[in-house]
Design a protein around this ligand. Structure first.
Ligand code: BDP
Length: 603
């Protein structure tokens, strides 16, 4: 079960019970919990902590908010006898950054990576019709051989401190829901679908994997009216849908796939999910959905809100989708980590395209030196062998989890890595090839190139299927009155892309200005609402002058929390919306621009 990531459901064969709510919680500064028998006894003198939530912002004491090291969660979970005979599992949506799971005193498994789900098979230790003690040891330290990358320092007073090589707060805890699951022994363990289109049909190629080889598999596809439009038999096959209602950008149509298992004609399992029929291709400098060119309008985002930090909050997510729709957006990037699964379900339903990003952020020593690190190439570091394993492991889980979502347009394999040294090349070569082998849908692979990775300096330009550029003229350089020089520099760089042999789409995946809401100034100064608009106008003039630029995703949808520092006034303020999701002036400007840009802009 530990490799199974299917979204949990309840039906005649499967049970999914939420374990969200209050859990026991305790910091373990001395790393003594194991020795003190907490997995067996539970947590002594524990405090209560909501799940899902990041623990940080609840505290009024700074040492607690900044806590770095081991910390524990525990809960007593009643498992009814009705579940007997099934495989019993726990599913953690996200645990930052490494976790050890114990049930009734026994260690069940360990997991590393704070932004993807994992399951623990507890069948061998579970007690029915009784309470079971579920205990988790978490650790939120940052390291160079882990994702996201950073260091963990120790202050003179002995306290550990996270030093991220990235610009978002190291929010920690059980940030997504926890579920108790009971599934049949003979069950569907995974499935995948890909679509090809003919003039009048969609061919849905499916593969189903099961826990046991004996069961018979039947797959049906139903349209939104509940009519069965195709049926297939066997673990692999093709379902042909006549006159299909395709999934399209901002015009989504979904089909229900139902996978049934029978043993000797008796039904033993069923799994249903919603899928969309669509194709994705990159041809020349066009991004094609169902063969039609699409211009991306959208945002880089974060899972970030007040009180609960990086906890997934369906209410915030709903508001974000309403804001994106109001803006006229059609896409977003899950900067800088895979988001909660509900986000992809929203996007499938609303017809948004997602650039799905793995938490490979901070792979750059300049990011470390910004905080006092060394100035060497990141990929020269001895940590890259271990890092690669974890990196690929997380890409594997991301692709495994998200591969059937019609909304997922592409995989972003890194954010702003150091590609200006040759030592990055073998790492990238392997990473791009290994990812290709994972995705049945063969989606485009990409990564964001930061300011230092230009047409002239990047050694890794050959790898992406399309380019994501993060550029900050007008903010981190050539700022204020010098912005006209910033524009000239940007044009000079883009002229080189234009003149080159490369014929692939370029999407601007980050640009922006920190803006204090309510600060007005005529003429503008940096940080004013007027300056944010001027900066966006500058970029938009540039985008409109180059045909190969096929998308714009300003940084960021909303203001978000970062570490404290002399570059940040209580977080990153480049949002078009405030952290409580109200518009800055620039949102009205951009909304107007996007109202005049159709999905097939530049064609
Ligand atoms: C980019 C990073 C992003 C930062 C942004 C900024 O990709 O995470 O928040 O810069 O500085 O380099 O605002």
């Amino acid at each position: 079960m530990e490799k199974e990531l299917l979204y949990p459901v309840t039906n005649q064969y499967r049970f999914d019970q939420s374990l969200d709510g209050l859990w026991d919680f305790k910091f373990d500064e001395a790393a003594e919990g194991q020795q003190q028998g907490w997995p067996q006894k539970g947590l002594p003198a524990a405090i209560q902590m909501p799940v899902p939530a990041s623990f940080n912002d609840f505290f009024t004491d700074k040492a607690a908010r900044e806590y770095t090291g081991d910390f524990w969660y525990a809960k007593r979970v009643f498992v009814p006898r009705a579940f007997q005979g099934r495989v019993i599992g726990l599913r953690f949506g996200a645990a930052t950054h490494r976790a050890t799971v114990y049930v009734n005193g026994q260690e069940i498994r360990q997991h590393e990576g704070g932004f993807l789900p994992f399951t623990a098979d507890i069948s061998s230790v579970v007690k029915f019709d009784q309470e079971n003690l579920v205990v988790l040891k978490l650790n939120n330290e940052l390291h160079r051989d882990a994702l996201p990358a950073g260091d963990t320092g120790v202050l003179k007073n002995g306290k550990k401190m996270a030093k991220p090589f990235f610009d978002f707060y190291n929010y920690s805890g059980l940030n997504r829901s926890v579920q108790l699951m009971a599934v049949p022994q003979d069950r569907v363990t995974d499935y995948s679908v890909t679509t090809t289109l003919t003039a009048t049909t969609a061919e849905v190629h499916y593969t189903v994997t099961t826990s046991q080889a004996t069961a018979k598999v039947t797959v049906t596809l139903q349209d939104e009216q509940g009519t069965v439009v195709a049926t297939g038999h066997g673990r692999q096959g093709t379902l042909i849908v006549d006159q299909p209602q395709l999934w399209n950008v901002r015009d989504a149509h979904l089909y229900t796939i139902a996978i049934q298992l029978t043993v000797n004609d008796d039904p033993v399992d069923e799994y249903r999910d919603q899928i969309g029929l669509r194709t994705i291709e990159i041809v020349g400098h066009q991004i094609l959905v169902n063969g039609e060119p699409v211009y991306l309008k959208g945002f880089g985002r974060h899972e970030d809100s007040i009180y609960a930090g990086r906890a997934f909050d369906l209410n915030v997510e709903k508001r974000d989708f309403e804001l994106m729709k109001w803006m006229g957006a059609n896409s977003f990037r899950t900067s800088h980590y895979p988001y909660d699964e509900a986000v992809y379900r929203f996007a499938d339903r609303e017809g948004f395209l997602i650039i799905d990003e793995v938490p490979a952020v901070g792979f750059k020593m300049a990011a470390a030196s910004f905080l006092g690190g060394l100035d060497q190439s990141f990929f020269d570091g001895e940590w890259t062998t271990e890092l690669y394993k974890k990196h690929l492991d997380q890409i594997t889980d991301m692709v495994h989890r998200d591969k059937n979502h019609p909304s997922v347009l592409a995989w972003s394999l890194l954010n702003e890595p150091d590609t200006s040294s040759k030592s990055a090349v073998p790492y990238f070569e392997k990473l791009f090839a290994d990812t290709q082998a994972l995705d049945p849908d063969q989606r485009p692979r990409t990564f964001t190139l930061n300011e230092d990775d230009t047409f002239d300096t990047s050694y890794c330009k050959q790898f992406p299927d399309f380019y994501l550029l993060n550029r900050y003229p007008g903010w981190y350089h050539k700022w204020g009155y010098e912005i006209s020089d910033g524009e000239a520099g940007l044009r000079a760089e883009l002229d080189k892309w234009q003149a080159s042999e490369i014929d692939k789409p370029v999407v601007f995946s980050e640009y922006g200005a920190d803006t204090q809401p309510g600060l007005h100034k005529l003429p503008s100064v940096m940080w004013s609402e007027e300056y944010q608009i001027e900066l966006l106008q500058m970029f938009n003039r540039v985008f409109d002058s180059y045909d190969f630029i096929r998308g714009e995703q300003p940084w960021n949808l909303a203001d978000f929390q970062t570490v404290e520092g002399n570059m940040r006034v209580n977080g990153n303020k480049k949002g078009l919306f405030t952290r409580d999701r109200q518009p800055k002036e620039a949102a009205f400007y951009l909304r107007k621009r996007w109202a005049g840009i159709d999905n097939n802009f530049k064609n």
